[in-house]
Ligand binder design. Structure first.
Ligand SMILES: CC(C)(COP(=O)(O)OP(=O)(O)OC[C@H]1O[C@@H](n2cnc3c(N)ncnc32)[C@H](O)[C@@H]1OP(=O)(O)O)[C@@H](O)C(=O)NCCC(=O)NCCS
Length: 197
């Protein structure tokens, strides 16, 4: 990778890594940085441990969540500490912490993964981890915020996928991305949104 390409990836990261607010709902998305993680360490770890041990959440996510990919392509489960530390210092993904005015603690996250300045693409994932805040239209608003933010920051393509049984996710993705396509193993529906049109 040349120095110029590295810089443009860095520039895209800087543009994307800013706080996003929705005035109407009061929802705030705060990018996880190393400094933010250190300042809020205990509460972030305990919230994400709770989210990732809730079957209502994990049944729709990768079975090893939280996990990482090794150099040989295999996947291993990791601790929440490592998950958050890795996200806070990643050069191709950003984890936005979701804050809602009715809770002092974070209620979930929006992740942008596989951010690639050359293709102008990224994949989004949303987790409303706090059970009391699920199915109240928050995932829909966060999804809309992610699209506006991605477009403003210069991304061209946003992707997402959902397990074929995840009706809440599919409802929001179909509304925001259009019709998805079923994966060959029929387990997932993949969505792509052209942010330039
Ligand atoms: C999927 C998820 C992000 C959706 O966010 P949410 O805030 O809970 O959902 P919303 O209220 O925005 O939207 C739910 C939509 O699904 C529908 N829905 C489907 N199943 C539902 C259920 N069990 N209860 C309530 N609504 C449901 C709603 O009717 C609504 O559609 P509508 O606006 O057309 O009426 C959230 O539920 C979540 O984090 N789930 C666990 C983790 C997960 O699945 N993440 C996504 C991985 S792809």
């Amino acid at each position: 990778m040349t120095r110029k390409e590295q810089l443009s990836q860095a520039e895209l990261l800087i543009k994307l890594k800013t706080e996003i607010r929705n005035e109407q709902s009061g929802i705030k998305l705060v990018p996880l940085t190393q400094g933010f993680l250190m300042t809020n360490y205990e509460s972030l770890i305990s919230q994400w441990e709770k989210f990732f041990s809730d079957k209502e959440v994990t049944k729709h996510l990768h079975p090893l969540t939280p996990f990482k990919k090794l150099g040989d392509g295999s996947e291993v489960k990791i601790l929440v500490e490592e998950f958050l530390a890795t996200k806070s210092s990643s050069s191709d993904s950003i984890l936005f912490i979701i804050y809602h005015p009715d809770s002092t603690l974070p209620i979930g996250h929006l992740s942008l993964n596989g951010i690639n300045s050359q293709s102008g693409s990224a994949s989004r994932g949303i987790v409303i981890g706090e059970a009391d805040f699920r199915y109240k239209g928050i995932g829909k608003i966060v999804g809309q915020m992610s699209i506006e933010h991605a477009r403003k920051s210069g991304l061209k393509i946003l992707k997402a996928s959902a397990h074929s049984g995840n009706s809440a996710s599919i409802a929001n993705l179909t509304r925001q991305f259009g019709t998805g396509s079923l994966s060959t193993d029929q387990k997932e529906i993949n969505f792509t949104l052209d942010l330039t049109s």
